[in-house]
Design a binder for this molecule. Sequence first.
Ligand code: HEC
Ligand code: HEC
Length: 157
Amino acid sequence: MKRLMLALMTVGLLFTGIAHSNDAQFERGIGGVESLRGASELETTRPADDFKRYPRDQGVIDSDYVYQPPLIPHTIRNYEVSLNANKCLSCHSWKNAKEMGATKISVTHYETREGQVLSDVSPRRYFCQQCHVPQADAKPLVGNTFERVDALRDSVE
Ligand code: HEC
Ligand code: HEC
C-alpha cells in the first residue's frame, strides 16, 4: 500500500511539474502572435525604429477632410510644450506670429468648450501636438481605404 501511494505521488508531482513549466513558457513568450512591434519576444529589446524624415521644403500637405488640424510643415524636435513653456506659441501666438512669419493660430484656439472666447489660448488648445503632427511620408500602421472628402478633391483626380 505504502509503495503504491509513493508511486502515485511521484507521478502526480511529475505532472504538476510539466504543467508548470508549460505555464511559465506561455507567460514569458508572445505565443507566436505578431503585433505592431513585430514578433520579438517580450524579453528581447529590439532596436528602435528610425526617426521619420520631415522634408524641409515641402509646403503644407492639403487637408483630407474639413476641419482637419493642418499638418506641421517643419521639424519640432526639442520644442517644449509643458506647464512652464510653449515653444509653438513663441511663433504662432497672435502676439508673435507676424514677427516670426508664422501662421497665427485661428480664433477657435481661443474658444472654450462652451464657446466663450478668451483673451489667451484656451486650455483645450494648449497642447498643440494633441491635434497637430509633423507631416512625414510615413507608412500607415494598418491598411485603410480612407479617401479625401469630395469637397477637397482636385477636379482632375
Ligand atoms: C521658430 C518659429 C516656429 C515654431 C517654434 C513653431 N512653428 Fe509652426 N510654423 C512656423 C512657420 C514660419 C510656419 C509657416 C510654414 C513654414 O514656413 O514652414 C509654420 C507652420 C505651421 C503649421 C501649418 C499652418 C498652416 O499654414 O496651415 C502648423 C500646424 C504649425 N506650424 C504648428 C506648430 C506647432 C504645433 C509647433 C510647436 C510644436 C510649432 N508650429 C512651432 C514657425 C514656427
Ligand atoms: C483640439 C485640437 C487642437 C489643438 C490642441 C490645437 N489645434 Fe491648431 N488647429 C486645430 C484645427 C481643427 C484647426 C483648423 C480649423 C481651425 O482653424 O480651427 C487648427 C488650425 C491651426 C493653424 C492654422 C490656422 C489658420 O488660420 O490656417 C495653426 C497655425 C495652428 N492650428 C496652430 C496650433 C498651435 C500652435 C497649437 C498649440 C498652442 C494648436 N494649434 C493647438 C486643432 C487644434
